[in-house]
Design a protein. Structure first.
Length: 283
């Protein structure tokens, strides 16, 4: 038996996963949530918010590469990008790897998340917050997309699960605001939970997105610490052609970019839109 502290994830009723806590680097109740960053021998440094695993050093690249590069390479010419959430900095890091991007605006509700992740999860942001193209706004994401005068080519909602502060980022008002500040032919993507465990998120998101976009779909990736099977990502745009790009077209864009990835490939990009029947039936 071990006398180490164990963090038991609380996302799903009656089912979960445990992480031994080898060392706590930071723990705090912020104005919005309980945040802890700790070391685990299997996954390295881990951040949890309100008992739910948000990111780990070992597998974050799967999530961040698929969330960033699928919309970026599909669009092909994104100049201005908006990230909602993403306080760990991993999404900002990946988007900034696209040299054609002129500005990336990140709207994060909690400065404490950025500060702690920069200090204790430095490999996630890898200096992205100091990049001259990065602009950080500490604000409520829903209010921002409904009030800003800026327009964006790609919007990435790197939010927590739809509980607590993250719940509003799955609302119709949020999606309406995103459509409002998206350039013509732009793309919106959002994390949408592990579909086998959270199928209602697929159903609800599809219903709420469809009034605002001509092409609403999902794509997927398997992220080890987001247990229960594939994670789905919501996809919404008025340009249906962006989801129909061939692997050859995507490969050409990818090769020209010079970006080196650990998970994303153009072939995987295309295949990620092929979904299990139970997910298709849900929306």
């Amino acid at each position: 038996m071990t006398d180490k502290r164990v963090l038991a994830e609380t996302l799903h009723a009656g089912y979960g996963q445990n992480f031994e806590v080898d060392q706590v680097f930071f723990e705090l109740d912020t104005d919005h949530q309980h945040l802890v960053i700790f070391e685990n021998q299997q996954f390295g440094r881990i951040m949890a918010l309100d008992g739910v695993i948000q990111t780990t050093e070992r597998d974050e690249f799967v999530y961040h590469e698929m969330m960033a590069h699928v919309p970026m390479f599909a669009h092909g010419n994104a100049k201005k990008v908006l990230i909602i959430g993403g306080g760990d900095g991993g999404m900002l890091r990946e988007v900034l790897r696209h040299e054609g991007v002129e500005q990336v605006t990140q709207v994060e509700i909690d400065q404490a998340v950025i500060d702690m992740c920069t200090k204790y999860l430095p490999n996630h942001s890898a200096g992205a917050y100091d990049h001259p193209k990065a602009k950080v706004v500490i604000a409520d994401g829903v209010n921002y997309v409904n009030e800003t005068n800026e327009k964006y080519d790609v919007i990435i909602s790197d939010c927590t699960d739809p509980i607590g502060p993250g719940e509003v980022l799955f609302s119709s008002r949020f999606y309406e605001g995103c459509k409002r500040c998206l350039n013509e032919g732009g793309v919106f993507v959002a994390q949408n939970g592990v579909s086998f465990m959270q199928l209602h998120e697929v159903t609800t998101t599809a219903q709420r997105l469809q009034p605002y976009f001509n092409d609403v779909h999902f794509y997927s990736a398997a992220v080890p610490t987001y247990v229960g099977g594939i994670m789905t990502f919501a996809w919404a745009t008025d340009n249906k052609a962006l989801r129909q790009l061939t692997a050859e077209e995507l490969r050409a864009r990818f090769d020209v970019s010079g970006i080196k990835t650990r998970f994303y490939t153009p072939e995987l990009h295309q295949a990620a839109f092929s979904l299990p029947q139970y997910v298709l039936d849900a929306f």
